[in-house]
Design a protein around this ligand. Sequence first.
Ligand code: NAD
Length: 386
Amino acid sequence: MRIAVPREIEMGERRVALIPDTVSRLTKQGIEVWIEAGAGEAAYFSNADYEKAGATIVFDLEALWGSCDVLLKVKPPQRREDGRHEVDLLQSGVTLISFLDPLGNPELAGRLADRHISALSMELIPRISRAQSMDALSSQASVSGYQAVLIAAAASPKFFPMLTTAAGTIPPAKVFVIGAGVAGLQAIATARRLGAVVEAFDIRPAVKEEVQSLGAKFVEVNLEEDTVAAGGYAREVSEVAKQKTQQAIADHVKLSDVVITTAQVPGKRAPLLVTADMVAQMKPGAIVVDMAAEQGGNCEGTKAGRDVVKNGVTLIGPTNLPSSMPVHASQMYAKNLLTLVQHLVKNGELLLNFEDEITREACVTHAGEVRHPRVRELLNQMATVG
Ligand code: NAD
């Protein structure tokens, strides 16, 4: 069995799907690994490191994509500068494992099915304890939560920790984290390590204890409706609940030096939680880091990939935060892929057993069909409209 890893072509993407350490684990199991020349360069893994780990460095793109059994990627395949789509470089029957954004980009699933590619989406790995070490959404979200705090600390005109100096005493910064999922909890932990006083809010009441165990204060709001969907994710709440949330968080936003928003509802636009009015009430010099900027934003006025200044408050809308820490983000992602591949390989061959929950849930396309019901529905809607 041959696994191929190409160089990521998305602008600004510095991660790589496998790092040398994971390559050597695969090659020791008799699996052949081909790495595109320079694939790890932006994450500081050289061709020589991969060769030492037992990989073959491949310069010929057609050979790399066209003669593998399994292709591992970070970002969904896309059209290349030379006009060819990466999916069209794959032979039919190949298994592709990558982030695929199946709900945001169902056309890609359609293209993969047409090419008879078996595609497993890292976004769809079920959040069950058996699959924890394959959970790339979690591993990459922790990187993002950490990075968001560092960005805020660097942009803030104030110290995070309390300082008692000969030049006077400096009070600690007040940080408010909205959304206490994986990224939010990592943001809380990082802000606490930097010495800030941290408050956090989430519509899932179950996170209260986790927030408190990290030394932050949990802002309680009784929404009087079910806020948790299948798999432990948040569900979209009613208009009444949204207004109640906004009222409850307004004072906390106003008094914060830094607000970090991470709230997401899978498959939906990110909920708008921090309004323009709330931003107008913040102190000049305050910072908002909106980690949901690419999904529409939790804060009114944030722009993905840009800094916007409103009345002295800087709204930062970072994109692809994991890529800005490519060594550890790649290391964690590669470990997620390694565990998944090892789970799928039986007697040296990759087998898709749909009786297995992980395979069944993560597989978007197989044998010429889009298997994921919601993605199929989205494609049908597009076909009707088109
Ligand atoms: P996510 O990125 O989808 O959302 C981030 C956070 O935003 C969530 O905590 C969510 O509750 C919150 N949110 C949504 N709407 C909100 C609103 N209107 N106001 C405030 N907060 C709002 O979530 P995630 O970090 O990927 O994970 C969510 C949950 O999935 C976890 O906390 C856990 O229950 C579950 N999970 C399980 C495992 C596992 O068992 N292996 C691993 C990771 C996550």
